[in-house]
Design a protein around this ligand. Structure first.
Ligand SMILES: [Zn+2]
Length: 483
């Protein structure tokens, strides 16, 4: 692994900071300018004022106190060359790192803001990676918080614990990336591109917007639904975790107007043409243990066509939510002369579908949630939001086609507002013989040892200790036996 050498040149267009040349030119321009007219007399006679008429005062809205920094990030990942870099404004007050109250970085050189409070670094350097990774985690958290309309704590936060998440953009050499609840961390590793002739290029997982968003999605979901990481839960519960990571990556991309426009151009406005979403670098997919890239929305799989392996299963849910977005976009777009810009419509539809998804997840059971649980919550929330029945029809139809639910009415008819759809029973979708989910095709988060352990096993151990002898008397509350 070679040291990163900062010898690349940042395109001037990306640098908002005034350069030395700009400043020098500005001084020269000032010197070349003809001398200005004498200043107007500031004190005027009362007669002159009366002649000038009444003074018009323009109300100035009070400026809220706000902070923001400009940063550069990779739009997609550095290997998808035509997508490239993106300059964005991060709202908030950021310290050296960058860092804030929620997110700290570790293992990379800290980056201090420049005199304009911006964090502009050169691509392909460790400091760029620091800023990029921080920014994508910040954007992902911000998108989820917008969706639920509240701040989202990390899983370990409480009244007295406000520990941030620690993000390691260069966590070490291995083909992996994960969220760890125990370490309160997001870890992104790097590796030599497999099969490439020496010197093989180094693939940094932190440089992929999809990977960073996916892993951060696990962290957010673990906070909202701590029971959903349980390895002994229904495989569909694990699949919801995996699907959520992938969907967060898709929706983060579609929160950017230019990305929404790119998708419309690629698909000619029919999002059911899914060739764009799978257009991501294969080597980054490998880092999550997958051979088909990251955008698993690119599928038409039904439950009868997948296995109990959690990632395989997750594709049914990911694809279903994406297809709902495609349907709602076709409903909402207006191609008439007075219609809205299509990309804007898509951004708005994507924002709504993501809000719908996140609120449905919040309302779903705390443990053993199934796809059908979340689908039924989506239907109820869409109705409560006063959305047209076509929204509910789209949700019902997509998940009926994928054999997640059965519809009591033909799919060509409108849904009744209080219909609850029954889940389709697929007895072959179950945990392994040892009582745990098969997570062999999942990302590092799901395969992490601490998340693979069965809580019931740990509780059993503690209960055995309860009957033990020795040790000091202490007021520890031992867990009670399950009812
Ligand atoms: Zn994952």
């Amino acid at each position: 692994m070679t040291e990163i050498i900062d010898n690349t040149v940042l395109p001037a267009a990306f640098v908002p900071t005034p350069t030395r040349e700009f400043n020098a030119a500005s001084v020269n321009r000032g010197a070349a300018r003809p001398p200005s007219r004498p200043a107007l007399e500031l004190v005027r006679s009362t007669d002159d004022q009366a002649a000038a008429g009444p003074v018009i005062t323009i109300p100035i809205p009070p400026l809220p106190i706000s902070f923001a920094s400009r940063v550069l990030i990779y739009k997609q990942d550095p290997s998808v060359a035509e997508i490239g870099l993106r300059r964005i404004l991060l709202r908030g007050l950021f310290g050296t790192g960058p860092s804030n109250n929620r997110i700290h970085l570790s293992g990379v050189p800290p980056v201090a803001p420049n005199s304009m409070n911006d964090f502009i670094q050169t691509p392909d350097t460790a400091t760029f990676d620091a800023v990029h990774t921080f920014s994508v985690v910040h954007l992902t958290l911000a998108m989820c918080q917008r969706a639920v309309g509240a701040a989202i704590k990390w899983q370990w936060n409480s009244g007295s614990n406000t520990d941030p998440i620690t993000v390691f953009p260069h966590a070490g050499v291995t083909m992996n990336a994960f969220y760890s609840r125990g370490e309160k961390a997001l870890k992104f590793f790097y590796f030599n591109k497999p099969g490439a002739p020496a010197p093989a290029p180094v693939i940094y997982t932190c440089r992929s917007l999809d990977i960073v968003a996916h892993e951060c999605g696990h962290a957010v979901l673990d906070s909202l639904k701590p029971g959903w990481l349980s390895a002994s839960a229904n495989p569909q519960t694990g699949a919801l975790h995996e699907a959520f990571g992938d969907l967060v990556a898709v929706f983060l991309s579609l929160s950017q107007l230019d990305q929404a426009e790119a998708l419309i151009v690629q698909t000619k406005g029919n999002l059911h043409n899914k060739n764009f979403l799978s257009d991501v670098a294969e080597q980054f997919g490998l880092a999550l243990g997958r051979d088909n890239g990251l955008r698993n929305a690119d599928n038409d799989k039904k439950l009868s066509q997948v296995t109990s392996e959690v990632h395989d299963l997750s594709q049914v849910f990911t694809g279903g939510v994406y297809d709902i977005l495609a349907d709602i976009f076709l409903l909402e777009r207006n191609l008439g002369v007075a219609g809205e810009d299509e990309a804007l419509t898509l951004v708005n539809c994507a924002q709504y579908v993501f809000r719908l998804l996140l609120r449905a997840i919040q309302a779903a059971p705390a443990t053993n949630a199934t796809f059908a649980d979340v689908v039924n919550k989506m239907l109820a929330i869409a109705a409560a939001d006063g959305k047209p029945v076509a929204y509910r029809n789209a949700i019902r139809n997509q998940f009926t086609a994928r054999e997640v639910v059965v519809s009591p009415t033909p799919l060509t008819q409108d849904m009744a507002s209080d219909d609850i759809l029954e889940a389709v029973d697929h007895p072959f979708l179950r945990v392994k013989e040892n009582g745990l989910q098969d997570r062999s095709g999942c990302c590092g988060t799901m395969r992490l040892r601490e998340h693979q352990l069965d809580e019931r096993y740990l509780e059993d151990e503690l209960r055995q200790l309860q009957g033990g002898i020795g040790g000091e008397e202490d007021p520890h509350e031992w867990p009670k036996a399950a009812e």
